[in-house]
Design a protein. Structure first.
Length: 317
C-alpha cells in the first residue's frame, strides 16, 4: 500500500516544488484558491481501497495549500477510457498512468503526451518468474497447479506479463496456481521460493537485483524461468493544448531536481522512488514496442485456484 500511496504523495511534493510554473484550475466560487486536479488510474491500487489511500493524501494536500495557495485534488479513474475523458473535458489537468496504459490512451487520443516520468532506478521495467535452481520446470505450463506467492506490492506489469505468458502457452490464467502465503514484501516472496514453501514468485527486475545484493547466497539458489519484454515506466501525462511551453519546461526541470534537496531526498527514499525525469527521446518508441505485445487494455486474471466457497486463508510473514 505504501508504494501506491507514495506515487500520489510524490505528486503532492512535485506540485509543492512546481506550483509557480503549473497552470492551475480556478476553483468555482473563489478568486484565490487554485486547484490542480490529478487523476490516478485504478490499476495503481491493485487490491487496495482507493478511498482509504486518497484520504491519506489529505495532509499533503494541506501542506501544498499552505505553502502555495494551490490545492492538489486527487481522484481515481477506473480505466484508461475514463482517464482520457477526464483529460478531454478538462476535469483534470494531470493523470498518472503506467507506461503501457499511456500507450493505450495515446491510441485513442494522440494529443495526450507524457510530461514527466516517475521511476525507481530505471525507466525500463521487467517482470521475472523466479523458481529454485532444482525446480525441473522449463516453462510456465510446467508450474500449473503449483503454489505461487505474488507480493501485494508487485507492480502492475508483473500481473500483465503473467496473464499473457500463461495465455500464450495455451492455458486459462484464472485459477492457474494454488495460493501460497500472502506477503507485501518481495524479499519474503523470494525467501518462500528459496525455502520451498512455494514453487515460484513473479517480481520486478529492480527488486531481483536488490535481493541478489542483500542475500547473494539465497539468490544463487534461484533462477529466472522466464521474463517479460521491457515495459516503460509510469508517466505523468497531460494535454499540451493551451499549456505554456516555457512553464511546462520549468515544470519538468524543477520536478527532475526534487532529489537535490534534503527534504526531497528523504521523501523519495521513504517512498522507494529514485526520482522524476524528463521524457527521453526514445520513450514513445518504448511504448510502441510494448504495444506490439499488449495492443489493447488487459485486466489480469485471478491466478489462484480456490475451492468453491472456500477463501484463501494462507498467511505470510
Amino acid at each position: 500500500m505504501r508504494k501506491l500511496l507514495c506515487l500520489a504523495v510524490s505528486l503532492s511534493l512535485a506540485l509543492f516544488l512546481l506550483a509557480p510554473s503549473l497552470p492551475a484550475h480556478q476553483a468555482k466560487g473563489t478568486s484565490q484558491i487554485g486547484v490542480v486536479r490529478i487523476a490516478m488510474i485504478q490499476s495503481l491500487f491493485r487490491g487496495r481501497d482507493p478511498a482509504t489511500l486518497l484520504a491519506l493524501t489529505q495532509p499533503f494536500g494541506e501542506l501544498l495549500y499552505t505553502q502555495t495557495g494551490i490545492r492538489g485534488d486527487f481522484c481515481i479513474s477506473p480505466d484508461v477510457a475514463d482517464v482520457g475523458e477526464r483529460l478531454q473535458r478538462g476535469d483534470v489537468q494531470l493523470a498518472v498512468l503506467h507506461g503501457v496504459e499511456y500507450g493505450w490512451l495515446r491510441e485513442k487520443q494522440p494529443d495526450v503526451q507524457p510530461l514527466a516520468l516517475a521511476f525507481n532506478q530505471t525507466i525500463h521495467l521487467k517482470a521475472l518468474v523466479i523458481v529454485r535452481n532444482d525446480n525441473p520446470a522449463r516453462k510456465l505450463s510446467d508450474l500449473k497447479g503449483k503454489r505461487c506467492c505474488l507480493p501485494t506490492r508487485s507492480l502492475n506489469h508483473c500481473f500483465l506479463y503473467l496473464h499473457k505468458a500463461i495465455t500464450d502457452e495455451g492455458h486459462v490464467p484464472t485459477g492457474f496456481f494454488q495460493p501460497g502465503p500472502t506477503t507485501a514484501r518481495v524479499d519474503y516472496a523470494l525467501d518462500y521460493v528459496y525455502e520451498g514453501t512455494v514453487a515460484l514468485t513473479v517480481i520486478d527486475g529492480v527488486s531481483w537485483e536488490v535481493y541478489r545484493s542483500h542475500k547473494p547466497g539465497r539468490a544463487a539458489r534461484l533462477r529466472i524461468l522466464c521474463e517479460s519484454p521491457v515495459f516503460p515506466t509510469a508517466a505523468i501525462v497531460y494535454r499540451p493544448a493551451g499549456a505554456d511551453p516555457i512553464l511546462t519546461k520549468q515544470f519538468v526541470e524543477r520536478l527532475s531536481k526534487a532529489h537535490e534537496t534534503a527534504f526531497g531526498r528523504q521523501l523519495l527514499t521513504l517512498w522507494r522512488i529514485s526520482g522524476f525525469s524528463s521524457v527521453p527521446a526514445d520513450y514513445n518508441a518504448m511504448v510502441d514496442n510494448i504495444l506490439k505485445e499488449y495492443p489493447k487494455p488487459l485486466e489480469p486474471a485471478d491466478f489462484f485456484a480456490q475451492a468453491s466457497g472456500v477463501p484463501n486463508t494462507a498467511t505470510g510473514r
